[in-house]
Ligand binder design. Sequence first.
Ligand SMILES: [Zn+2]
Length: 237
Amino acid sequence: MRLNKEINQFDIPLAKRTYLNNSNSILLKKLLILSPFLFLIFSIAALRLIRNIELEPLYNLKFQVERDHDGRIFGHIPYKEIPKEKLVLIEPNIEVHIDMRDSLLKMREEAKKDGIYLVFLSGYRSINLQNDIFYSLKSIRNQEAAERARVSAPPGYSEHSTGFAIDIGDATQRETDFEADFENTDAFRWLIKNAARYHFKLSFNKDNKYIDYEPWHWRYEGSIEALKVFESSNIKL
Ligand SMILES: [Zn+2]
């Protein structure tokens, strides 16, 4: 009796199988027959792909992927040079975009009231100047472009060419100018606490995979034009 019951239980799935005897099951059978061949074709394709990848240096691969995304090179985004008529001189050798002048000067004034002395190190830089910086320093230091790009933007890819970037130092600790050590100054601590009020933002923070941390480099995002310029930079990869 018990045995019969078990057989009956098996009958149910067997009966269900007849249901597959239609055109779908014929297609399934064909696929099953073809599957070793399909597997072989996919394996060959995959092997070829892997071999090609191995032939390419890894940074070239990244380069390809990023260029396809939004034109980035080594993590830097392309920027157009600001039209000359939008540049204003705020002190000898420091030019910035007219949109950010008032906010930048106000930030320095307010910092002074708190006993913090900000010094502006570098504002607008032309693509030509960036070209000299990138290629001359690169050859002096005998660095590959990818290595150099960690500390300096390739020409045409610097936020400085937009006029919306400013490098800031601490007037009481000039030895930290352009150094990661700037993060230990009172000026940096003040900026972290207050810069957003003046629409300034740290461009290259510690999370950036490609570009070294630059605590001295800030960008302005307080106008529509500035926001448009930095739109793709604000999208995380
Ligand atoms: Zn900078």
